[in-house]
Design a protein around this ligand. Sequence first.
Ligand code: SF4
Length: 354
Amino acid sequence: MSALSNNLIQWHKDKGRKDLPWQISTNPYKVWISEVMLQQTQVKTVIPYFERFMKRYPTIESLANSSEDEVLSYWSGLGYYSRGRNLLKSAKILKQNFNSKMPNSSEDLQALPGIGRSTAGAILSLGFKAKAPILDGNAKRVLVRYFRINDPIDLTSTSKLLWKIAEDNLPEKECNIYTQAIMDVGALICTRTSPKCSECPLSKNCISFNENKQNLIPVKAPKKEKPVRKVYWLVLKNKEGEVLLENRNAKGVWQGLWSFPEFNEEEQRAKYAEQLPLSNPKSIENMRLKHTFTHYKLDIDLQSIEIKEKLANFDNNKLWFNNDEIVNVGIPSPVLKVLKKIKSDDKNCFLQKV
Ligand code: SF4
């Protein structure tokens, strides 16, 4: 066993995390759900989402029998919604082809939507206690520092090298403990900024630490400026306190989620709003919101209007929602932010403090 895996395993037995919700009475299904939720998201954010999700979907079959709207309602605010859509698609495949069980081969796992090599490795090692490597963001950071790899971490060639290192350092036994340990050290000790090397079980052999370069690694390729997309939202509220939402059925990051009607041009929105029966001219409020995605930024110009009547002649993909109904569908976080204000603020100026 390498010094790296030996030190990690010994450390985890003493100090690692053992009481996260997905570690208690663990199984491959729980590991899968938690790993998908943890992609791009911190543990403390994931815990309440995981608990709610498992309560509603305790088995693969219960998930497979659900609808996209309902699954996304359990994802509201968590972001990266394709993860939720892919969980449902995968659960349906598992029900159909694997008797509602998680397969125990990396190939079968990676053939499922939303499961990459590292997630498959985590399911195998943590869920099935098999010998399989992972290479999530935390493990990558630990390995590039430990072996002092100066190449940018986001290059394909670096990734190839890291997979080889991850495989070479797998222990024959207790791979599940090793996997959890490298995740924990990455999350708790070998942190992105100011790693706590004095507390690290790997400090003796860590090349970056011994050369005092731990703050210079990982090296990242220079970032490109993200493009900005400007959109115009219309928040329509009726006298009964309901809001109009439209289902984003086009392909995209919010596919299947419910959002405010969106326009590409301010004039289009104005034209649309002109035909609406306003409750009074003062019911119009304007504001701006910004939201950042992985590949672009959204600059949202938002206008809210209170209308007199509950108009019914909207397209099929638009519906009025009251507060109780809103919790049953998937809502992206900037929309949730606005909706929370609608619930809590003065009726006539609900957008001012968002
Ligand atoms: S010694 Fe420091 S840099 Fe090296 S793995 Fe530990 S925390 Fe990271």
